[in-house]
Each structure stands twice: as C-alpha cells, then as structure tokens.
Design a binder for this molecule. Structure first.
Ligand code: SAM
Length: 335
C-alpha cells in the first residue's frame, strides 16, 4: 500500500505518546436526551449526507490500522440507532490489524440485539447507567427506559459479555445519593462500575454546582469497604482501577478534570461528520470527510492522520471550576 512510502509506521505525537486507539462516533442521533449531555432545546441533527457512510468509516479504519491503530470503540450518539449497524460491526471486526473492537451504548436497544452484537465478534461493552432508580432514570434521560436497559445488562452478563463496564456520570444533587448502591453492584456482578467526572462539552442543561470530583466520590464509596488498587496493565485506559476486598467486579474512576490523564492518552476520535479530533477536550479537528469525498488517495488520508497527531495537545486546558467549554457536542464527537 502506498501509505508505507510515508515512512510512518506508528502514530507518535509530539509528546512521544503512541496513539493506537480510535473512537468512532457513527451517528449524532440518540434515543435518550440526558440533561448533562444535550440541552432541552434540541440542537439540529446532522443530515444523512453530513455523516460518513459505513464504507467511508471502514476505509478510514483500514488506513488507521496501517498507521498503528489496533483498538477501536464504536460510540455516538447512540450507535445502535443507526440502520445497518450490526452488519457494519461485522465488517469492522474483520478489519486486518484490529485487535480490539468494543462498543459504548446506553443499553436501550441492547436486550433484543445482543446476539447480533456477539455474532459480529464484540464481547466488550460499556453501558451508560447513571442511576438504579427508574423514576430518576426518566428524570435524567427524559425516557422511561430503565427496565429495558437493566434487562439488557443482565442478559449481556448471562451471555458471557466481558468485561461489562457500567459508566456513571456522577452528579451532585442528582445521583450522588446512589453512588454507594452502584458501587455495591461490584459484589453481585463481575461488572466494572466506573464513575466519570462531568466534562464541560457542548451545550447542555448542566448546573455547574452538580460537579462531583473523583476524590470525593472515592471518599464516599470507601465508606462501604476498603478499595484496593488494581495494578495498571500496559494498555489500560484512563480509569483508575480499584476493587473491594471480596468483590467480583471492579470500581473505576475517570477523573477527567481533577487529575488529568493526558500524559497517557492514546486516543484519536473520528466524529460522525468525519472530523478527526486529536483530543476530546479541544476543538481542533482535521477534515477527513472532505478528503474522502474528493477521491483522495490512501496516502493523503494518512497524511491527515499525521497532521491531527501533530496537533494533539500535551494537556487539555480544562480544570475543575474553570468555565472554559468545548464547543462540539458530545453526541457528535463521541463520548
Ligand atoms: N449513547 C452511548 C452511551 O450512552 O453510552 C454513547 C455516547 S455517550 C455521549 C458516551 C458517554 O458519554 C455516556 O456514558 C455519557 O454519560 C457520557 N457523557 C455525555 N456527556 C458527558 C459530559 N459532559 N461529561 C462526561 N460524560 C459525558
């Protein structure tokens, strides 16, 4: 392949971080409307023409693997609402050079589609679940879907999906009363229960007083038992991993604001509209879509990757209590 003549075998940025992980947002549409993610006044959705076709995404992934990407996570918006997603997942997992393909979903459509997901070769799923209380679920997401999501989680567990990571955005005054109960799930199930700090991305109806940082969450859930650190593995993501003694699952914290993990960030993101973003928390992006639609060569696409990598900031500049925001919407960038 002509990319090889670029003499770049790996995507290594200016801070010597090797980028091997690509997050793919395949749609900006979602079947929930979480208060902290999207504002009440709907913002316009991308038209069909504006989002990359599956063929375009697969081409980008093939090039990315030639450049050293070996891990891909499919996200959105809600990836399972896009037509044709299961066939796409099949093709994606067959891409040469990809060692790990996983999925992030809100779980609403999970229970009826787990077999298709498994048949596509995916066993690692992250499911967003901010509460265990159905009424609160409706309050946060705008929809009465708690039961479907929970059934999907239980069924995924029974079918052998592993690891199942439950992602909880911890919000003061909204779900903080439940943090201990959620952490307790790790005694009943081998789930990875992960607490995520809210990040100021796009417009939303988030009240900054709700911000709850990882050290405080850890403090609160430590009341239930001693949290033992799990030794980091080489390709661990940003989660700080712990385990209660005697638990079968894990606890994780994703302290995006309180403790930057930028120094070990190995990610690039492809947005639903074909923009390559070197950092979730910075608005810099490189346009792959235009290049794809102008019949560019693989080499030209690879060059766009390399340009994006050069722009990867050493650090995001957001800190807790800093009002700075990222303008792109989470659901289009891909969380
Ligand atoms: N629809 C899928 C889902 O719900 O998992 C994938 C997309 S969603 C944007 C991915 C994750 O981002 C979810 O866990 C969601 O809670 C989280 N999220 C959305 N907005 C966020 C924000 N401002 N700060 C932190 N996490 C956020």
């Amino acid at each position: 392949m002509e990319i090889q003549t670029l003499n770049v075998s790996k995507l290594v940025d200016n801070c010597n971080r090797q980028l091997n992980y690509l997050r793919l947002s395949i749609t900006d549409r979602c079947n929930l409307q979480c208060r902290y993610c999207v504002p009440q006044d709907l913002i316009p959705k991308l038209s069909k023409d504006e989002i990359l076709t599956y063929e375009e995404i697969l081409r980008v992934v093939r090039i990315a693997t030639r450049l050293g990407i070996s891990k891909v996570r499919v996200t959105g918006g809600e990836p399972l609402v896009r037509k044709g997603v299961y066939e796409f997942l099949h093709e994606l997992t067959a891409t040469e050079g990809l060692k790990d393909v996983s999925l992030t979903t809100n779980g609403v459509l999970l229970k009826d589609n787990l077999e298709k997901i498994q048949a596509a070769g995916i066993s690692r799923i992250n499911i967003s679940l901010d509460t265990l209380n159905p009424a609160k679920y409706r309050e946060i997401t705008g929809y009465d879907e708690f039961d479907s999501v929970w059934q999907g989680i239980e069924q995924a567990h029974q079918m052998g999906f592993y690891p199942i990571k439950l992602n909880i955005v911890a919000l003061k005054g909204i779900n903080d009363e439940e943090l201990v109960e959620m952490a307790r799930l790790s005694f009943r199930y081998p789930f990875h229960v992960r607490f995520i700090e809210y990040m100021p991305i796009g417009q939303s109806d988030f009240n900054p007083d709700s911000l709850l940082l990882a050290p405080e969450i850890k403090n609160r859930i430590s009341a239930m038992g001693n949290l033992v650190t799990i030794q980091e593995a080489e390709h661990d993501g940003p989660a700080q991993r712990y385990k209660y003694e005697d638990a079968i699952g894990e606890i994780g914290f994703i302290p995006a604001l309180s403790q930057h993990f930028c120094n070990k960030c190995n990610r690039l993101r492809l947005t639903a509209s074909g923009q390559l973003r070197p950092c979730l928390l910075s608005d810099h992006q490189e346009d792959l879509k235009e290049a794809l639609r102008q019949d560019c060569s693989d080499r030209q696409l690879a060059e766009i990757f390399i340009k994006a990598v050069r722009h990867k900031p050493s650090d995001h500049n957001l800190v807790a209590k800093n009002p700075a925001r990222v303008y792109g919407q989470m659901r289009a960038i891909g969380g």
